[in-house]
Each structure stands twice: as C-alpha cells, then as structure tokens.
Design a protein around this ligand. Structure first.
Ligand code: ADE
Length: 393
C-alpha cells in the first residue's frame, strides 16, 4: 500500500515513523510519504487560507495549492481521504475496507475547512471519502489521519505475523471485549474470577460471552442493534441488561399482559405464560439468559434465549402493550439473537398459529415456518439459520 499525507503541519505526522506503520514500512508492505502542502503555494508568504465567501468567522483553505498537490501526486485512481468532523464516522469495518486499497491520499484540512471545490474536483479523479474520527472538533485533520492510518495499516494482509491474533483480540461477534486478567491470581485483595482458573474451556467461553454482552448492553447498546435503533424520542434512553431476581415481579406482570393478547389471538387460555407464577419466573432466570429493557425505570420489554443443541431457542419476547407497533419487538428479537453463544448455528422460536402479528414479524426477520410443535396443537415452530459470524472489532 502507498499512503501520501498532505498537510501544512508535516511534523504532526512524525509518529507514523514509529510503532505499527513504522514496522509495516520496514516489512516493505507500506510506502509512506508526508508532504507539506505549502510547497504548492505560489506567494512569498506560502498562504494556504483565505476569508470565506459569504462572510463568517474563520478562514477557508484555498483551492489552488490543493489542486497543484493533486496534480503533482497524480491522485487519479487513488482513494483520497479528507479528514473532517463533518465526515462519515470512522469504523473498524471502514478500516478493514480501506486496508484493501492500493493507494490512500490523506488530505488534512485546517481552519474552517477546505474550499468545497477541492473535494468536488478530487471526486472527478479519485475515489473520495470524507471521514470523521468522532463527534468532536480537532484543530485539524492530522490526528485523524494518524488514527485512521494506524487502524488501517495493521489490517494490511501480511502485516500481522499471526493473523489469528487479529481475530482473537477482536470483540467477539461485534461485542465489546470481555475483561481480561493475567498473573498474579490475587492482587491487592482483588481476585481473578475463579472460572478463568478452572481450566474448563466451555465455561470460560460462556463466561466471556456473558461478560461481553453485559458490557455491550451497558456501554454500547447501539452495537447490539445498530440496524434496529428505536428513534421514538421517549424510548431513546433505554436501559438493556440481564434480568435479575429483582426484575421477576415485573416480568411476570408484563408476561400476563402480553399473553392475554396471545390467548385472544389463539382462542386458548390454558397457556404456560398465563399459568405461571412468580416462582416459575424466578426459576426460569437460572435456566435462560433473560434480558430486560427499561425506559426511565419502567420495565417495558423482555426476552430470553438458551442453547438447545446447536439451536438458540428464543422465547418470551414481550413488549408492553401500549408500546407495541414501534419496532421494539423486531429490535428485541434481533437483540436476543445477538445473545446466542458462538456454538449456535440456528435460531428457533414458537408461537401460536393464530398469532398473525408475531408470525408476520418473524417471517420478516427471516424465519421460516417448520410446522406444528410436537404434542402442542395450535403452536407452530419457526427457525432461521444464523448468518455467518462477522467479526467487526
Ligand atoms: N478534523 C477536525 N476534527 C476532526 C474529526 N473529529 N475527525 C476528523 N477530522 C477532523
């Protein structure tokens, strides 16, 4: 890969000589050049900015030095990355995609930005990306170019001696990383979780998965359901977390409310979720991975899953009746699917044959009807294959 960086502060990019990019250069995988944009100015003060047309505060970077730089660097066919706070958010998936490109040219803006015609012109000659490294404003795009370069270069094929380390370090299945520990087993009265010392690899994997889900639910629920975000303003501040004994009473209440609808839809009153009492719900928490959703303290939804062979059984998906029809159920389904451990290769669930709304939603989510549940007339089974697991972190 060849990387060119265009900046008015070339010294800012000195760290590229160090660390990972430095190693990639030493290995011959990366050719990197940092260029001072001022060499393409024509006045004696090497001016790169001017006042904005239309007025306003700050200065705008002039187009001419950029044009001359693009000509000199021959950007045609390259991928030109403008680092800007108004760009698309940089992600690991974007880093992986950029790592497959032959040539990246970073254009680091300063001041209030670059004359728009520079970007429009570059688009006629190159694959242009406008990328932000976060929702904050830096003084210029240099730090962003550094961050993007480091994230991209370590993914260049052949860079990591052991490519497995990329996968191993990665966040499991799009989740945040679980907590890690090393020796000593006890330090300042803090002990390593005993399961990690047990030698039981199955238990260790399950513990790590649970921790990763818990962390992600607490810190980055958007990662769990990025494509199914609930945007209704009053549902914006959802708390999603594993259920505890303290939630059982409200789960029972929600369950009764939700399955009255099911009873009506299927003309059947004798169904377990309606029969169950508090003790049943409490006992189920040990056997199922159950999560609850709270909005401003109120328990508004819940769902659970457990492994049955290689199928992740999804069950008790419920959304408070007054909040149905807003996409919460669809989101909850994908959330509970996301709790499936690595060994799961399919999802399975069942519902009443008369539950038209449920069936419609499950089919839309990719489930196929598999017929009646053995020994339970009027109850149908649906399954879906688990998609290939893509590690995005
Ligand atoms: N330039 C200034 N702020 C930036 C940001 N957040 N991301 C990318 N480039 C920037």
């Amino acid at each position: 890969m060849q990387i060119d960086v265009l900046t008015i502060f070339p010294d800012y990019l000195a760290p590229l000589e160090l660390s990972l990019p430095g190693r990639a250069r030493a290995k011959g995988l990366l050719e990197l050049h940092v260029h001072d944009l001022r060499q393409w100015t024509t006045d004696k003060h090497h001016t790169t900015d001017d006042t904005p047309y239309g007025g306003g505060a700050g200065m705008v970077m002039k187009p001419e030095p950029w044009g001359a730089a693009f000509d000199a660097l021959d950007i045609d066919g390259a991928t030109v990355v403008f680092t800007t706070p108004s760009g698309a958010p940089f992600t690991q998936a974007m880093a992986a995609e950029l790592a497959g490109h032959e040539r990246l040219v970073f254009a680091c803006g300063r001041y209030e930005g670059i004359d728009q015609r520079v970007i429009d012109h570059a688009r006629t000659r190159a694959d242009v990306r406008e990328i932000s490294i976060g929702d904050y404003v830096l003084n210029g795009g240099e730090v962003a170019a550094l961050a993007i370069t480091e994230a991209v270069v370590r993914l260049i094929p052949g860079f990591m001696g052991n490519p497995e380390s990329l996968a191993e370090e990665s966040h499991e299945d799009g989740l945040l990383e679980y907590p890690v520990f090393t020796k000593p087993a006890s330090w300042r009265d803090l002990d390593v979780p005993p399961v990690l010392l047990s030698g039981d690899h199955g238990k260790i994997a399950a513990w790590r998965h649970e921790q990763a889900v818990r962390r992600t639910a607490e810190r980055r629920p958007d990662l769990l359901h990025a494509s199914h975000r609930i945007d209704a303003g009053d549902l914006a501040d959802l708390e999603v977390r594993p259920a505890t004994r303290a939630d059982a009473g409200e789960i029972l209440t929600l369950q009764k409310a939700c399955w009255v609808q099911e009873a009506q839809a299927n003309a059947a009153l004798d169904i377990p979720p309606l029969r169950e009492g508090l003790d049943d719900v409490v006992a189920s928490l040990d056997r199922w991975t159950t999560h609850v959703v709270r909005a401003e303290g109120r328990l508004i939804a819940s769902g659970r899953g457990r492994l049955d062979g290689s199928a992740w059984d999804v069950g008790r998906l419920m959304v408070a009746p007054d909040l149905q029809g807003r996409g919460l159920g669809r989101w909850l389904l994908s959330y509970v699917e996301g709790l499936a451990p690595e060994g799961a290769t399919s999802y399975a669930l069942f519902t009443g044959a008369g539950s038209a709304e449920n069936l419609r939603m499950y089919k839309k989510a990719g489930y196929r009807l598999r017929g009646e549940l053995d020994g339970h007339p009027g109850v149908v089974v649906l399954t879906k294959r688990r998609p290939e697991q893509v590690r995005i972190f």
